[in-house]
Design a protein around this ligand. Structure first.
Ligand code: ADP
Ligand code: MG
Length: 383
């Protein structure tokens, strides 16, 4: 190996204090590492389980300096971390996994699509829209379409369904004239994702494909492995690996994919970090996506992405903390935990709000059918 291995006992740096960072910090702690979190809030889900929290904005020079003096490697738990901050940390001599360039590539849907295509992976027909003239020039075959802001969209935000040029112009103006992409709206058979990890030495591994169901634009359920044939699963995993290689990626990357009626697979978008659809790797795989993140940044070999239990993951949104009348309520944890195979993960967030991600449940079983039956029971208990 031509890089230092950061040994257990070292402190690893993390940009962002959310739940993905919390699960990263937990995986790091399991392997004997400490974590220093840079995050603006005084308290955070990750900060609560980390050795140290540096309360500073993500672009605060003083905060970044403190982090650079505390750790030798840094990672991120959210995609909108300023690439300039990662660049500054790299310039200060830190190992950044992923790199500022790789993160920047995923922060703009148009740039991201160009990288995906360069990897030889198909994407939905689309056109960049950066001006009203671009709107006027859109070809008819892109309609009906979805106009998406190029940056900062998540959970279906920054998107508008449009039937023609007039509606696109209206939506483009409503988004404030920022750079967008118009994608053709496709008939999706299934949405899936693949978590891929790539080590400092370029070794690449993928986790089994996850099948994802969204509600109101937010991930609700992930079934791993996805209920698709082996050839399709292998192609999805191969696509994800190719994209990681095209980005010269180091770290954990999520590739969201669409499967169409004719069986073809398209890449939708990337997340340069562990992903909600990969939570089940904690309880169902030999190595979790978070352990993979730790291993890459420490310069250790990747572990096994093999899945030892079938799994169904249910997101726990803040809505579950309210009854039909809108009064505060508490889910019946004891009843939930009486179901075999249920693993409860809560993120330590003090306040529940509708649509806020409060935790998740992973239901494991020896077979996919049994995991699904148990997950249905869990969903009934949760109401
Ligand atoms: P984000 O997850 O950042 O909000 P996505 O690009 O993943 O944005 O879009 C959100 C959801 O909208 C997808 O999960 C999918 O259900 C739907 N969607 C996005 N693009 C298309 C498309 N081109 N055709 C059909 N459905 C789409
Ligand atoms: Mg998405």
């Amino acid at each position: 190996m031509d890089h230092d291995v950061l040994l257990p006992g070292e402190t690893l740096g993390l940009m962002g204090g959310g739940q993905l960072g919390r699960m990263f910090a937990q995986a790091a702690a399991t392997m004997g590492y400490h974590v220093a979190v840079l995050e603006p809030g005084a308290t955070s889900p990750a900060g609560e389980v980390a050795l140290r929290q540096i309360a500073a904005r993500y672009d605060d020079a003083e905060g970044l300096r403190t982090l650079a003096q505390t750790v030798r490697a840094v990672t991120t738990e959210f995609e909108n971390v300023p690439a300039a901050s990662l660049r500054a940390l790299a310039d200060a001599g830190l190992r950044t996994t992923p790199s500022a360039d790789a993160v920047a590539a995923t922060q703009n849907r148009n740039v991201e699509k160009a990288f995906i295509k360069r990897a030889g992976v198909p994407v939905a027909p689309h056109a960049r829209v950066a001006s009203e003239a671009d709107v006027a020039a859109l070809p008819a075959e892109l309609f009906p379409g979805i106009l998406k802001t190029a940056s900062l969209g998540y959970d279906g935000k920054g998107q508008a369904r449009v039937a023609n040029v007039e509606e696109t112009l209206e939506a483009f103006r409503a988004f404030g004239g920022v750079e967008c992409v118009l994608e053709k709206r496709l008939a999706l058979k299934l949405e899936v994702s693949v978590i891929v990890c790539r080590g400092l030495d370029g070794a690449t591994k993928t986790f089994p494909v996850s099948e994802n169901v969204h509600r109101n634009g937010i991930l609700a359920v992930s079934v791993m492995p996805a209920r698709i044939d082996d050839a399709t699963a292998n192609r999805a995993r191969e696509y994800a690996g190719r994209i990681a290689e095209a980005l010269d990626y180091r770290g954990v990357l999520c590739v969201e994919l669409f499967i169409l009626e004719d069986g073809s697979i398209l890449a939708n978008e990337l997340a340069p970090r562990p992903h909600n659809s990969g939570h089940a790797t904690i309880d169902a795989c030999v190595m979790s996506q978070y352990e993979a993140q730790v291993r890459v940044m420490a310069g250790l070999p990747l572990g096994s992405t093999e899945q030892h239990s079938a799994s169904v993951m249910l997101n726990l949104l803040g809505d579950l903390w309210f009854d039909e009348k809108g009064e505060a309520a508490t889910p019946d944890w004891a009843k939930l935990l009486s179901i075999p195979g249920v693993k409860l993960h809560l993120y330590g967030k003090a306040e529940a709000r509708p649509a806020r991600k409060m935790g998740h449940v992973t239901v494991v079983a020896p077979t996919g059918e049994l995991a699904m039956a148990r997950a249905r029971e869990a969903a009934r208990v949760l109401g």
